[in-house]
Design a protein around this ligand. Structure first.
Ligand code: AMP
Ligand code: ZN
Ligand code: FE
Ligand code: FE
Length: 284
C-alpha cells in the first residue's frame, strides 16, 4: 500500500516504459504513483492513459536539474498541465542543453582514449521518442558494453561523476526559475532528495528557507537514501517552513536494481494522505 511520488521510465534513464511502470505500481498494490523523468514529460501521456485503463491513480510529474546556491539540485514538479506551452518550451531548452553537454562528454571520453560515439550511447536507450532525455547512466552502460569499465560505479567514479575527467557542465535553470516555471504550469514544486543537496546542516536549512521564500511548495522528506533520522530532520524543517512533505523511491528499474518501486530499499511506506495534501494545495 501507500504511494510513490518519484519514479523514472525509459523517457529518461529508467529501464521500464511508462505503461510498464503503471502496471508494476498496480501489481505492487500502490494507491498512486508519479512519473518524474529527468527534464522531460514525454512519458507522462502514456502513463496517464495506461493508468486509466489499469485503474491506478497516476500523477503527472517531472524532475528538473537545477542550480542551487553554488551547487546543483533536483526540483520535482507535480500536478501541472502537461500541455502547458511555456513548460514544454523550457523542457525543450533543457533537453538542448543536455544534448550539447552529451557531445562534450563524448569528446572528453575520446580525449581520454575511450573510443565511444554518441550513437553507441543512444543505442542504450529503448525509447526513441524525440522528447526523451539521454543521461549519464546511458553513457555508463555504453562504456560497460565497450569494455572501458566493468560497472556503473566505475564509470561514475573514474569518468562521469562530478569533478571527474569526463564530467561536463551544462546550462541549468536556477531552482527559483524552476519553481516559477512549475507554478506557471499550475503545478507544485518540491525539492528532491535534500540529502543529496551539496550543503550541510545550517547551510542546507538556509538554502531551503530561501527557496521557501521563493515559493517552494514541498520537501521530499521520505526518500530511499534518507535514514530514519534524516527523514525526521527534514520533516521538522518542512513543518517549520510550512512546506508540504512528499516522498518517493527514485525507482529506475534495472538501472538501480536495489531500489524497488514504492519501498525503495525496504525503508519506505509513504501514506496516501501526503498526496491528498498535495492535491488540496494544488486545488485539484
Ligand atoms: P544526468 O541526468 O545525465 O546528469 O545523470 C544523472 C543520473 O546519473 C542520476 O539520476 C543518477 O541515477 C545517476 N548518477 C549520478 N551520479 C552517480 C554515481 N556517482 N553513481 C551512479 N549513478 C549516478
Ligand atoms: Zn535518473
Ligand atoms: Fe534526482
Ligand atoms: Fe530521480
Amino acid at each position: 500500500m501507500g504511494i510513490d511520488l518519484h519514479t523514472h521510465s525509459t523517457a529518461s534513464d529508467g529501464t521500464f516504459r511508462p505503461s510498464q511502470l503503471v502496471k508494476m505500481a498496480f501489481d505492487a498494490g500502490l494507491q498512486a504513483f508519479a512519473l518524474t523523468d529527468h527534464d522531460t514529460i514525454s512519458g507522462v501521456r502514456e502513463a496517464l492513459d495506461a493508468s486509466k485503463e489499469i485503474g491506478i491513480e497516476c500523477i503527472a510529474g517531472v524532475e528538473i536539474s537545477v542550480s542551487l546556491g553554488n551547487g546543483s539540485a533536483h526540483m520535482l514538479g507535480y500536478l501541472f498541465d502537461p500541455d502547458h506551452k511555456e513548460l514544454n518550451e523550457s523542457l525543450e531548452d533543457f533537453k538542448n542543453s543536455r544534448d550539447e553537454r552529451n557531445v562534450k562528454i563524448i569528446q572528453k571520453l575520446n580525449d581520454l582514449g575511450i573510443e565511444i560515439t554518441l550513437e553507441d550511447v543512444l543505442r542504450q536507450k529503448d525509447d526513441k521518442d524525440e522528447g526523451s532525455s539521454l543521461g549519464r547512466p546511458h553513457f555508463a552502460k555504453a562504456m560497460i558494453e565497450k569494455g572501458a569499465v566493468v560497472s556503473f560505479n566505475e564509470a561514475f567514479d573514474r569518468y562521469l561523476g562530478k569533478n571527474r575527467p569526463a564530467y561536463a557542465e551544462r546550462r541549468r535553470a536556477t531552482a527559483e526559475e524552476a519553481v516559477a516555471l512549475i507554478h506557471q504550469a499550475g503545478g507544485l514544486a518540491v525539492l528532491a532528495h535534500p540529502k543529496w543537496v551539496k550543503a550541510e546542516g545550517k547551510e542546507l536549512e538556509r538554502l531551503v528557507e530561501s527557496l521557501a521564500d521563493a515559493g517552494l511548495d514541498g520537501l521530499e522528506c521520505h526518500y530511499t537514501d534518507h535514514s530514519e533520522k534524516e527523514t525526521q530532520t527534514f520533516i521538522s524543517l518542512a513543518e517549520r517552513l510550512g512546506l508540504l512533505v512528499t516522498g518517493g523511491s527514485d525507482f529506475h528499474g534495472e538501472a538501480k536494481p536495489d531500489t524497488r518501486l514504492g519501498v525503495g530499499k525496504g525503508n519506505l511506506n509513504i501514506p496516501y494522505e501526503l498526496l491528498q495534501k498535495l492535491k488540496a494545495a494544488a486545488k485539484c
